[in-house]
Ligand binder design. Structure first.
Ligand code: PLP
Length: 425
C-alpha cells in the first residue's frame, strides 16, 4: 500500500476508507464475505501482467510455464472439493459462467426454463434487461403462493408444456434447499440439460450443508466469492460426457471449455485463478466445514429472532445462509431502511418478496445473510443480538434515541469481532 499512497494518494485514500468501512460495518448482505489475507495476497501479484489465452499446455502466448501449473492446481483442487469430473476455473464472474454455459449448449432463441427473479432467481436467468433474456427464449417457474417454496409439480407442468432445452435450478434469494433429484427427473422427461447455479450456496454444498447437484445436474456454475469465501470470480463444473445431446462430436466438457474461451472471454485473470486455487485449498480444511455449519446455524438463529420479534420471514424460515424479511406490515420503505441501516453500521440488501406488488428498485423486503458475520466469528448468540438491532430499527425507523443505541451497540460488537487485523494501512 505504501507505493499506492506515493503514486496515487486519491485512490489510496478511498481504498483506506473502504477497508475501514468493511472493518466497522456488519455485512449482512448474503452475497458478500471476507476473503482470507492469503487469497487477497494471491490477487495482488504480477500474475495480473500475464496473457494466457487458451488452456494449460495449449496457450496462444508463450511464457506460461508457471501460469499453467497454477491453473492445473486450481482445476485439480476445484474438482476435488466439488467431486466433479471437469472444472473450468477461468470465468471472470458468475454471470460470465452462465453466459458461457448458454453459449456452449444452446443457440440464440432456444428455450430455457429458469427461476423467476422475484421468487429467488438471478438476472442472468432470463431477465428482459439482461443478455440472457434478450438472447434466449425464457419461461420461469416461481414459488407456491402459500408455502413460498418451489412447487416441483408446477415446474414439471411448465416444463412439459414449454419443452425447454435447458432448466436452471438456482437461488439468489431463495432460502430453502433445492431438490436437484426432482429437477433432474423433470429435465429427463423433456430431454433438457439441467444446470445448477450454486453461486450462493457453493460453500454449503462442499461442506455437505446443502444437497449436492451431482450426479443430478449436467452443469454447475458458481461464483467463488460468496459462501466459498474466495476471490471475486466464476467457476463451472460439468460431467465429462454429454448425456443430453448425443451428437458425438464434442464431449460436454469440451463444449463448456469452448463456451468460456474463445466463446465469451479472452485472456484469463491469472492472478484471480491463483487466488481461487488458494481458496480451494482452504475449502478442504475442517475449519471450512465447521464455518459452513455455523453459517447455517446463525441463519436459523437470525430467522428465529425476527419471527420472535413479529417480523415475517418469507417461507417461514431458512435452510441455508440467508433469509428474506417481508416488511409489508411495517409499511416500510426498504430502500430507506437499507440506507439508514448502513449509516448505523449494518449492511443489508433490499429485495423483492414473492408476488411483490412493489417495484424492484424499492421492493417490499430485505435480504439478510450470515456468511460474512460468521467469518468474523459471530455465533448464534451474537447473531440474535444483531438481528434484534435490525428488528428494533424496522419497528421504529424514525426514533433518534434508538438509532444512537443501535450505532453504539454495533460499534462495540465490531470491536469484539474484528476482521483483517493484519491489514495495516
Ligand atoms: C445465483 C447467481 N448467479 C450468478 C450471479 C452473478 O455473479 P456475478 O455477480 O459474479 O456476475 C449471482 C450474483 O449474485 C447469483 O446470485
Amino acid at each position: 500500500m505504501k507505493n499506492l499512497k506515493k503514486t496515487d494518494s486519491k485512490i489510496y485514500g478511498l481504498v483506506k476508507k473502504e477497508i475501514e468501512r468493511q472493518k466497522n460495518v456488519f455485512t449482512l448482505i448474503p452475497s458478500e464475505n471476507y476473503a482470507s489475507s492469503a487469497v487477497l495476497a494471491a490477487m495482488g501479484t504480477p500474475l495480473s501482467n500475464k496473457y494466457s489465452e487458451g488452456y494449460p499446455d495449449k496457450r496462444y502466448y508463450g511464457g506460461n510455464e508457471f501460469v499453467d501449473q497454477i491453473e492445473k492446481i486450481a482445476i485439480d483442487r476445484a474438482k476435488k472439493i466439488f467431486g466433479a469430473e471437469h472444472a473450468n476455473v477461468q470465468p471472470h464472474s458468475g454471470s460470465q459462467a452462465n453466459a458461457a454455459v448458454f453459449l456452449a449448449l444452446l443457440k440464440p432463441g432456444d428455450k430455457i426454463l429458469g427461476f423467476d427473479l422475484i421468487s429467488g432467481g438471478h438476472l442472468t436467468h432470463g431477465s428482459p434487461v439482461n443478455f440472457s433474456g434478450k438472447t434466449y427464449n425464457f419461461r420461469h417457474y416461481g414459488v407456491d403462493a402459500k408455502t413460498e417454496m418451489i412447487d416441483y409439480d408446477e415446474v414439471e407442468k411448465i416444463a412439459l408444456e414449454f419443452e425447454p432445452k435447458l432448466i436452471i435450478a438456482s437461488t439468489t434469494s431463495y432460502s430453502r434447499k433445492l431438490d436437484f433429484e426432482k429437477f433432474s427427473n423433470i429435465a429427463k422427461k423433456v430431454n433438457a440439460y439441467l444446470m445448477a447455479d450454486v453461486a450462493h450456496i457453493a460453500g454449503l454444498v462442499i461442506a455437505g450443508e446443502h444437497p449436492h447437484p451431482f450426479p443430478w445436474c449436467d452443469v454447475v456454475t458458481s461464483t467463488t466469492h460468496k459462501t466459498l469465501r474466495g476471490p471475486r470470480g466464476g467457476l463451472i463444473f460439468c460431467k465429462e460426457k454429454d448425456e443430453v445431446n448425443l451428437d458425438g462430436k464434442l464431449t460436454l466438457a469440451q463444449k463448456i471449455d469452448k463456451g468460456v474461451f474463445p466463446g465469451t472471454q479472452g485472456g484469463p485473470l491469472d492472478h484471480v485463478i491463483a487466488a481461487k486455487a488458494v481458496c480451494f485449498l482452504e475449502a478442504q480444511s475442517k475449519n471450512f466445514k465447521n464455518y459452513q455449519k455455523q453459517i447455517v446455524k446463525n441463519a436459523k438463529a437470525m430467522a428465529e429472532e425476527f419471527e420472535e420479534q413479529g417480523i415475517r420471514v418469507v417461507s417461514g424460515g431458512t435452510d441455508n445462509h440467508m433469509i428474506v424479511l417481508d416488511l409489508t406490515l411495517f409499511g416500510a420503505d426498504s430502500k430507506k431502511i437499507q440506507e439508514e441501516l448502513d449509516k448505523l453500521g449494518i449492511s443489508v440488501n433490499r429485495n423483492a418478496i414473492p408476488n411483490d406488488p412493489k417495484p424492484p428498485f424499492n421492493p417490499s423486503g430485505i435480504r439478510l445473510g450470515t456468511p460474512a458475520i460468521t467469518t468474523r466469528g459471530l455465533k448464534e448468540k451474537e447473531t440474535k443480538i444483531l438481528a434484534g438491532l435490525v428488528a428494533k430499527f424496522i419497528k421504529a425507523p424514525a426514533n433518534p434515541k434508538i438509532k444512537l443505541e443501535i450505532k453504539s451497540q454495533v460499534q462495540k460488537l465490531a470491536k469484539k469481532f474484528p476482521i483483517y487485523k493484519e491489514i495495516k494501512i
